[in-house]
Design a protein around this ligand. Structure first.
Ligand SMILES: [Zn+2]
Ligand SMILES: [Zn+2]
Length: 257
């Protein structure tokens, strides 16, 4: 499997700052933040599956626009996967004919541009030799991460999505025997630790305490830093001298496993 980082910032502001989106091979998106907007039309039209971690705007911003742009170029619907709770929020607040049309009904309910599929933590969706399994997360709204497993190579990548302290996440990750990469968030610098706890995100000190619960030694990549705090977050993580040696993720990076 090949994961291309389309966006890994907590916000926008030039300098390659795009919000969360990962392109898996040519046909799967994990989240649909503003990084999706850089893909040319033919690459957008090749996306069949979109897995959403949670309903926050930085993770779904480009989904409504993408579906509208590619709908008539495709012969089958794009499938959006999320938990039942997240699907309900997105349908009620985005695809509600007021913010955006309900593309699960047009052009016809029988052959729409978009269809919704409910998923559950721990239950894998299998697409050929690839499986994608929702992971537990703790956030201010219902949220999951994702475990991507390549059955052909016997290797895995895990992505936390937005999360704060979450023991069930580490239990799940400690059960993954072939974890090659872990992408995990640190949204705030340590001076905003209280805000991180309040908004259910991680900051470097919380991230390093969480990482100590991980038994495996994957490559750890840090995502979702606030644009104005990226360098401070990187410094604080480096100063922590974690045996996991986390590195900041960057847009355009390709992870193969
Ligand atoms: Zn969020
Ligand atoms: Zn976010």
């Amino acid at each position: 499997m090949r994961v291309e980082i389309l966006g890994c910032s907590g916000g926008i502001g030039g300098n390659g700052m795009r919000t969360t989106s990962l392109l898996v091979d040519h046909d799967i998106l994990i989240d649909a933040g503003t990084g999706v907007g850089d893909l040319p039309l033919e690459r957008l039209a090749a996306i069949d599956h979109v897995f959403i971690t949670h309903a926050h705007l930085d993770h779904i911003a480009c989904l409504p626009l993408m579906v509208d742009s590619v709908g008539e170029l495709r012969e089958r619907p794009v499938t959006m996967y999320a938990t039942r709770e997240t699907l309900d929020i997105i349908r009620r607040h985005i695809f509600n004919w007021q913010i955006w049309p309900d593309f699960s009904q047009i052009p016809t309910p029988d052959n729409p541009f978009l269809r919704f599929a409910a998923i559950e933590v721990g239950q894998a969706v299998t697409l050929g030799m690839r499986s994608i399994t929702p992971l537990p997360a703790t956030h201010t709204v219902p949220a999951v991460g994702y475990h991507l497993h390549n059955q052909a190579s016997g290797a895995s990548l895990a992505f936390s999505g937005d999360t704060c302290i979450c023991d069930p996440l580490w239990e799940a990750l400690n059960a993954v025997g072939d974890l090659r990469y872990l992408i995990i968030e640190a949204a705030f610098a340590d001076r905003e630790r209280e805000l991180a706890l309040l908004s259910k995100h991680l900051c470097p000190s919380l991230l390093l305490a969480e990482l100590a619960k991980l038994r495996a030694r994957p490559e750890v990549l840090v995502t979702h830093a606030k644009p104005s705090q990226q360098e401070q977050i990187a410094r604080e993580i480096a100063a922590g001298n974690s045996p996991h040696q986390p590195r900041m993720l960057a847009p355009g990076v390709i992870l193969a496993f």
